[in-house]
Design a protein around this ligand. Structure first.
Ligand code: BGC
Length: 755
């Protein structure tokens, strides 16, 4: 047997544990009814409480205590299989009704094998890959007893100052919806009772990405039109893909906190979308309804969140403390409590937890970080990278063992920073392959100099919790010496790979930034290295677009690898030497600097464009366009898209229109191109965006190969939510259509929607 076959065999045998066939929905309902009929009010309220395994708040209930008292339906922030079994044993043996606990965790891009950050995975535009890696994440996590992930995060974000941009799929609702579906399929599969699958959670419902000023948790003001057309579609896609749970967001949406927001939780989620799973609050967000100045006190907070539709209180202990009294006072009917408990019990039955509450700790050990999982992580990192610039074919690098490659920069030999904040509270970064290690693995002669140190100006709670030991800050003399050392290294090397960007904890939660400049003295070092005249490649490790205006003029090759995960260094080396060919595309418009924010391609024209004569809407100190458009990304291959054809010039209301185009690899190197389709509705009851993505496909093409790509435009693509009608409408109007390889696509056709 080959090595891979042996690995696969081990993995499959490890997976083969006996499970019952999925329960039918009728059986689940009958079991829920029966169990509910035996429960006291306190036991029911216990199921509505999620208790933290880490003590963020001094007065928060301790898991052991809460479980024994029947005051916990779910536990979060515990990731170790042995502790999970221990806590589960308490629920199964020390409580009257022996209702198993659901263990939830933020497995957003891997459990122990860490994949590229979610925004990077969106940059792959490869939905099959996303589904596969989230299935691996589910397999590792479920083997360890985690049966619920707080993912996918599907918040649309158009402001790169917001740190949590890194967790989502970027600026576009169509791409965002596709990524949401792929993730839900990957986590949940078709049967969550399988030992390889887990419940997913669409978060943060909704509008969190529109935080004022990009400041995390700040208010979002989103008109209804934007809500339906931009922010809700990825949530709706998750719902349609069968996502089991939703998480309410932290912030005020139009002055009403999302955790107490009846428009979101009732009108949209339950009424319009008929969601019958359960909603969890965000951590402490029920209690924090008082902080918002919305609820009078903790009891009022419990009342407001619960009656708005939040089934489960994450970690704030407010439901345990006050719901029973609210029922006794007649403010909350018992029937409402029952309705809130039902979907939680149903989820536990569907997961098969009553039959299989425990996990096999030895199996969990074998499963996490398996070689096949790492292979998937390497491929995911290759496919997520975006080649932003490649002048004169600077990349790929030649494999020449006689030449010295200088790796320079603070991310060059970093392990922790190739991951993100959400890589587990008990993360072991030692398994991560650094860029230096990856390049060395190719047999290249490598020397490394860090050159500069970077650090956050203010350190957050997460820096202490998950940041690992902080390096000692250099003295000014040391800093100068290290800087000089790096430039000297560049001078004696044949090629320089600059590894620059941001620390992992500069993005994600509690990590908004007001500036998009490279932190620390990186830009200065970049300039000094470029001045040596050596061939320079910039590898970007970062969670948000940074200001690349200078680099885009002076550094011939720029490869965006984001926070690429456990196998990041190997994937970067594969890409640098051409063993992998970049094919990712930007899921965001790349601003020139923070002054352009918010910037997104699907804006309305409103008045005169920058190209008009006379009155122009533009900045007068710099171009208004982004530095790199949404959808941009190069390859070592060359492609041509041609022969755009539409099956008809007109499509009937409600009908479908086939669109085809040819894509050809005109080079002698195999590669992938993402063919993208954009439309613009030219008139109607509302001004429509100048372009909207309505189709895409990542196509693998051998050297000189040509393929035809087919898209279908139907009601879903041609409708929008009209603020005037307060409904989804499709109008009989004329449309522009473009097909190409980014949001500036030029190949054009027109069509009409007719009665
Ligand atoms: C975050 C959520 C996360 C939760 C549990 C919160 O601080 O906003 O995204 O799922 O913590 O870890």
């Amino acid at each position: 047997m080959s090595k891979t076959a042996v690995l696969l065999f081990i993995l499959l045998s490890a997976t083969a544990v006996t499970v019952p066939a999925a329960e039918s929905e009728a059986t689940v309902k009958a079991r829920v009814d029966k169990l509910l009929s035996q429960m006291t009010l306190d036991e029911k309220i216990g199921q509505l409480a999620q208790v933290g395994g880490l003590a963020f708040l001094p007065d928060a209930p301790k898991p052991e205590e809460a479980i024994r008292k029947g005051q916990a339906g779910s536990i979060l922030w515990v990731s170790d299989a042995a502790r999970i079994n221990k806590l589960q044993k308490m629920a199964m043996e020390e409580t009257r009704l022996k209702i198993p606990l659901i263990f939830g965790l933020d497995v957003i891009h891997g459990y122990r094998t860490i994949f590229p950050m979610p925004l990077a995975m969106a940059a792959s535009w490869d939905m099959g890959m996303i589904e596969r890696v989230q299935a691996v994440a589910a397999r590792e996590a479920r083997a360890s007893g985690i049966s619920w992930t707080f993912a996918p995060m599907v918040d649309i974000a158009r402001d790169p100052r917001w740190g949590r941009l890194v967790e989502g799929a970027g600026e576009d609702p169509y791409l965002g919806a596709a990524v949401a579906r792929a993730q839900v399929r990957g986590f949940q599969g078709t049967d969550v009772s399988s030992p390889d699958r887990m419940l997913a959670c669409a978060k943060h419902f909704a509008g969190y990405g529109a935080a004022d000023g990009g400041r995390d948790y700040d208010s979002a003001y989103i008109p209804e039109e934007q809500m339906w057309n931009v922010y809700l579609p990825p949530f709706q896609a998750a719902r349609e893909a069968g996502v089991a749970t939703f998480m309410a967001a932290y912030m005020d949406l139009n002055d009403v906190p999302a955790t107490g927001n009846r428009f979101l939780l009732q009108d949209v989620l339950r009424k319009a979308w008929k969601f019958d799973g359960f909603v969890v609050s965000d951590a402490f967000s029920v209690r924090d309804l008082t902080t918002h100045g919305f609820a009078r006190d903790a009891k009022d907070a419990a009342f407001r969140a619960f009656t708005a539709g939040v089934n489960m209180d994450m970690a704030s202990g407010v439901y345990q403390a006050h719901l029973a009294a609210l029922v006794k006072e007649g403010k909350v009917p018992t029937a409402t409590i029952d309705a809130a408990v039902r979907p939680i019990l149903a989820a536990k039955f569907r997961l098969g937890l009553f039959e299989h509450p425990y996990v096999d700790e030895a199996r969990a050990q074998r499963m996490v970080g398996a070689a096949e999982h790492r292979k998937a992580a390497r491929e995911a990192a290759q496919r997520s990278a975006v080649l932003l610039r490649n002048e004169g074919g600077a990349l790929p690098l030649a494999k020449d063992p006689a030449k010295t490659i200088a790796v320079i920069g603070p991310l060059g030999d970093a392990k922790r920073d190739l991951l993100t904040m959400w890589s587990g509270f008990d993360l072991d970064p030692s398994k991560t392959v650094t860029i230096v290690e990856g390049i060395r693995g190719k047999g290249a002669r490598v020397e490394f100099a860090q050159g500069v140190q970077i650090a956050k100006t203010y350190s957050s709670m997460f820096d202490q919790m998950v940041g690992g030991p902080q390096p000692k800050a250099w003295t000014p003399e040391q800093a100068d010496a290290e800087f000089r050392k790096a430039v000297e290294l560049a001078n004696r090397a044949d090629v320089v790979v600059l590894a620059m960007g941001e620390l992992a904890l500069m993005s994600a939660e509690l990590a908004s930034q007001s500036s998009l400049e490279f932190p620390g003295r990186q830009r200065e070092l970049m300039e000094a290295v470029a001045a040596t005249g050596k061939p320079v490649v910039l590898v970007m490790v970062n969670g948000r677009p940074l200001n690349l205006v200078w680099a885009s003029r002076h550094i011939p090759a720029i490869l965006e690898v984001w926070h690429p995960g456990t196998e990041g260094g190997n994937a970067v080396a594969d890409l640098l030497f051409g063993d992998a060919n970049p094919g990712g595309k930007l899921p965001v418009s790349w601003p020139r600097d923070a002054g352009q924010i918010p910037i997104y391609y699907a804006h309305n024209l409103t008045h005169q464009p920058e190209t008009a004569a006379g009155f122009q809407s533009r900045y007068w100190d710099q171009p208004s366009k982004p530095l790199y458009p949404f959808g941009h990304g190069l390859s070592y291959s060359k492609f041509a898209v041609s022969n755009l054809r539409l099956a008809a010039e007109a499509v009937k209301l409600g009908g479908t229109l086939e669109v085809m185009a040819d894509v050809e690899n005109t080079s002698s190197r195999d590669g992938d191109e993402v063919v993208q389709l954009y439309i613009h509705q030219k008139a109607g009851k509302a001004s429509r965006p100048v372009r909207q993505l309505k189709g895409f496909e990542r196509v693998a093409l051998k050297a000189s190969e040509k393929k035809t790509v087919r898209f279908t435009l139907g009601k879903a693509e041609l409708s929008y939510w009209s603020g005037q009608d307060r409904a989804w409408i499709e109008e009989t109007e004329s449309f522009d259509l473009w097909v190409g390889t980014d949001s500036d696509a030029r190949l054009h056709a027109g069509f009409r929607v007719v009665p």
